[in-house]
Ligand binder design. Sequence first.
Ligand SMILES: Cc1ncc(COP(=O)(O)O)c(C=O)c1O
Length: 419
Amino acid sequence: MPASASQLDLSDPLAHYREQFYLPGGRIYFDGNSLGLLCRAAERAVLETLQQWKELAIEGWTAAEPDWFHLTEQLAAQLCRIVCAPDHSITLTGSTTLHLQQVLATLYCRDDPRCSILIDSTAFPTDRYAVAGFLRSQGLDPSVHLLEVPVDAAGLLQEDAIAAALTQGVQMAVLPSVVFTTGQLLDLQAITSVAAGHDVRICWDCSHSVGVVPLNLSELQPDAAIWCTYKYLNGGPGSVAAMYLHPRWHDLPPGLAGWFGADKSRQFRMEHELVPAVGAGRLQLGTPHVLSLAALRGSLQLIEAAGVERMRQKSLQLTARLRQLLHEHLPDAGFVCATPEADHRRGGHLAIRHPLARQLSLMLRSRGFVPDFREPDLLRIAPSPLYSRFSDCDDLVVEIGRILAAGFEAVDLAQSLVT
Ligand SMILES: Cc1ncc(COP(=O)(O)O)c(C=O)c1O
């Protein structure tokens, strides 16, 4: 007899984290893979920083606790612990998009006769645009040099196909750890090893894995990784992203340079020549976004305390339960699960295809559930291990059943214009 949702909630070792979060208007939130919720620690840290600004003004850069001048380094060290990366191999300076541009500008080598950059056909648009734009900036035609690994008939990426594509004149690859649509988790180790074997520099976009799937970058040894911090890390809307650079590249000059990439001990000498900081710190650009970093500082405390391994265990249980409930209770509803079933191939969200996914998503929102819809027919459901309950999954499936049973006539057309 499978455990009931209330039994699972009662025995959940992470259950107490829920009260640390602001749940929007009592709604049941399944959109943490787009924007994680605000936690009290993040709120406190932002309010503290505002107070510091009020009281210390310019002196906040040195006298605030922690001081703003080294805040990036403090958070980078926290992230190194969270993704098991060597010291000084992570920094935070701008958006994920900007970080990808930085990685490309730093690692791409114009002297290499292999000019192409590999992505996948499901790549998040910004990754595709960034790579295409970068190739153009190098005088190269993206229609020739931006290569794409296609998906298979089930819409999934196959590691073999990626491995095969890594050989054809490819110098760099930018791939997602977890595919933003289907939630497919790739075999990062296998692909990174193949890339290394072909001397292809690989950058993982880990936006959909950091904070929900444990990563060990020291073991994985990719050349670079980028990720946003507003999803499972709950850093807040548009919070400063992170990037990892393998120590083997720490002596390279930054492709994009700025004064906050300087060695901190001499930054204020205002020298004409940039003397870069140690490690990935040299990839920083301008003045840190202190308020944004403050929120992240608060939220990372919770992530470290909860532990990503434990979060992963619960996340897998939640998505497995959702899948099972949909299968058992709505077998004829026309859903196709786009997310692979095996635990080791699944990230933090469950994606289901349905011809009326858009209307379903709107109906759910109007009834207090917040899933997420992606064109043309994908409903993404992301239970977050820090604030979602097993009973939320049960309630969601019951609500989906009710909506399907009632039909879609009630969908307000005006609402359907809102995405
Ligand atoms: C895989 C992936 N990469 C990048 C981004 C966003 O990049 P940025 O933070 O620069 O907007 C997202 C946003 O959802 C994403 O899912």
